[in-house]
Each structure stands twice: as C-alpha cells, then as structure tokens.
Design a protein around this ligand. Structure first.
Ligand SMILES: Nc1ncnc2c1ncn2[C@@H]1O[C@H](COP(=O)(O)OP(=O)(O)OP(=O)(O)O)[C@@H](O)[C@H]1O
Ligand SMILES: [Mg+2]
Length: 341
C-alpha cells in the first residue's frame, strides 16, 4: 500500500495548504481514498496525493497542477560519535547517484567537518559569503566522486552555526534554494542533538540512525530519538526513521542490534523504525580514507561497498512516486516563523 501520510506530509506532497485540503476533503469525500486510523492519528494512503491534486486542478481550472520537484532530505545521524556517519553518508550518496538519482551531500557537522577530506575535494567558497547574501548557495556546491554534489562544512559554518539560531535559519533558507536541483539531499550531522544539529534533524524529511554493535551506541541512539520525539509537532509520529548497523562483525550481530533499537522505539515511544540493513566492519574503509576516495569508488567489489549498494537500494525502495510539491527546508522555515520550534 505504501507509506501512510499525515495531513502535514500531504500538504507538502501536494503543495496545497492544509486548510485547502480539509476543504476539499469535506466537499469531495467520494473522490478520496479511505483514511486509516493509527493510534489517534488519521493517516492518508499515498493515492490521496493525486486525488487531491485532481480536485485542486478542477477547482482552479488548470490542467496541470503547479508541481515542482524537491529533493528528499535524509539526515544521517547517531547518538554517539565515530560510528561511521560521514563514511556512510558519502558512500550512500555515491551509490544512489550510480542508481540514477541526483545526490547532494551536505556536511552539517559543524565541529569536525570532514566530508571534503573523505571525498578528496577542496572546500571552495566560504559560507559566510552566502549568509551575507553575497553569493548564492549553488556556488558552494562542489562536484564530488561520480558527479555527486557536495556542500562542504567547516570554516565559517562552524562558528556561525553554533552561535546563532538566526544565522542557522539563514543557512537553511539558502539551502531551500538548492532543494529543487537534487533528487536526494543527504545531511551528514554531528552526533547527538546539539543546537547546531537540531534544526537540520527537525527539517529533514527522514532520519537515518547509524548504530554499531557497541552497547553505548544503542543507548545513545535511543536517547537521541527520545529527544527528537519530545520535539512534538516538529517531529510528527509519521516522520520516517530508519536504522543502519555499521561495523558489525556478522549479519546476525547486525540484525540483533537493529531489532533491539526498533523494539525500544516501538515499546517506549510508539515509533516505528525501519532497518535498511547493515555494513560490516571492513579494513577497506580505512584504506580508502588514506586515499581520500570513497570506498565504493576505491573498491566497488569490497564487502562493505556491496553492503552500501544494498543500503542505497533499500532507501530508494521507499521513494514516493512522482514529484513532491513542497520543500523540506521551506516547511521548516514556515514552522520556525510560526514559533513552533
Ligand atoms: N564499516 C566500517 N569498517 C571499518 N571501519 C569503519 C567502518 N565505518 C567507519 N569506520 C571507521 O570509523 C571511524 C569513524 O568513521 P566516521 O568518521 O565516518 O564516523 P562519524 O560517525 O562520522 O564520526 P563523527 O561522529 O566524529 O562525525 C573512521 O576511522 C572510519 O574509517
Ligand atoms: Mg562524521
């Protein structure tokens, strides 16, 4: 049946105001698919998107609804540091690009930006110029391996993003500008929910938790999910959360970790976490880092590279058909303006 949508997500998918959706719902119930009750939430099946757009097109007399393409924004995160977020984010971007998606990788690790090191590119413009409005965000995008786009972190971002929320929102505003240029934007964050990370986590469409077999990784990841959960409407129950287990010794070990995380999330937070797979521990990762090359480029046939290929395919399986009409960063800015975060 596909993933069920909240009214908020439906508004984003269709690009229509929530109040307008409610109006169409009351006027044309017979043209809309049945809603589904989950807990105390009423959710819409994915077929509701074209159905609402058809009604809207008729109302406005336009044949083609005003659809733009916006990227799917996925934040890669973890409770504990050093679990492999940056490596996975970079190599996932490479693999999804190979699978035909235009990928943009944003280094949002304000403390220890290192995507440019792993990808072998030199950071270009200073983000301060973008914040000051002197240069467009698009100029900051570097061409990375396999043609992925990279927005490097560090430098100006480090101080600016950590010090001032208004400036952070300014970065998000600048990012909104590039959202229609990519199919997927992967955001590599720092661990935990520091002030520099929070906005990016809440703005993203989906969150990918990187776990390891290490016990503290699981506890810290749960702590982070709980903190997000407590953000209330900024992190609605239907917002997709995934896990990936990195640096496992065996597939069985990885599966055990994933199940423990999703069990805790389900039991204590009533949240569903979908596991997209695992990447085993592999010396190829370190060897590729030494060469400043993503491991999927350095050794595409290595075990860990094949693992990441499957992870990319699993993420793409959950892709919604058709273009999205709303922007993730735009939605977040609207909520911020309304004082909801
Ligand atoms: N599957 C793997 N097999 C072996 N080593 C790995 C694997 N994944 C990551 N590593 C190693 O783990 C270390 C941390 O990786 P990485 O920098 O990607 O983690 P991170 O979560 O981004 O860290 P931080 O929280 O500091 O940003 C690196 O030395 C990397 O080479
Ligand atoms: Mg990192």
């Amino acid at each position: 049946m596909g993933r069920l949508l909240t009214i908020d997500e439906l508004a984003r998918e269709t690009g229509l105001e929530e109040s307008l959706l409610r109006f169409y719902e009351s006027e044309h119930p017979q043209e809309l698919p049945e809603k589904v009750l989950r807990g105390d939430l009423l959710l819409f099946p994915p077929q509701a998107v074209p159905a609402f757009l058809r009604i809207h097109a008729r109302h406005t007399g336009s044949r083609t609804p005003p659809l733009h393409r916006y990227a799917r924004v996925i934040a890669v995160t973890s409770g504990k540091g050093g679990v492999g977020k940056s490596n996975l984010a970079l190599n996932l971007a490479v693999e999804m690009q190979r699978l035909g998606r235009m990928c943009l990788l944003l280094d949002a690790d304000m403390g220890l930006a290192n995507i440019h090191l792993l990808a072998g590119v030199d950071p270009g413009a200073d983000i301060r110029e973008i914040i000051a409005g002197k240069r467009p965000m698009a100029e900051l995008i570097l061409e990375g391996p396999e043609g992925i786009g990279i927005i490097p972190g560090g430098g100006g971002v480090l101080q600016l993003a950590d010090s001032n929320r208004a400036q952070r929102l300014q970065i998000i505003r600048a990012l909104e500008e590039v959202e229609s240029r990519a199919d997927i934007i992967l955001v590599d964050t720092a661990a935990g929910m520091g002030p520099g990370v929070r906005d990016f986590l809440l703005a993203a469409d989906e969150i990918l938790f990187v776990l390891t077999p290490d016990l503290t990784s699981l506890a810290d990841a749960y702590g982070l999910l709980k903190a997000l959960h407590q953000a209330g409407p900024a992190f609605p129950p239907a917002r997709p959360v995934y896990s990936v287990v990195n640096m496992a010794d065996t597939v069985q070990q990885a599966a055990g970790v994933a199940v423990r995380f999703s069990d805790c999330a389900h039991r204590f937070l009533d949240r569903e976490v979908g596991n997209i797979g695992y990447a085993l521990k592999d010396a190829t990762v370190g060897a590729a880092t030494m060469r400043r090359t993503p491991f999927t480029v350095f050794r595409p046939q290595a075990r860990v590279s094949r693992n990441v290929h499957h992870l990319a395919a699993a993420l793409l399986k959950d892709e919604r058909p058709g273009p999205r009409a709303g922007s993730a960063f735009g939605r977040y800015l609207q909520m911020a303006a309304a004082g909801m975060r």
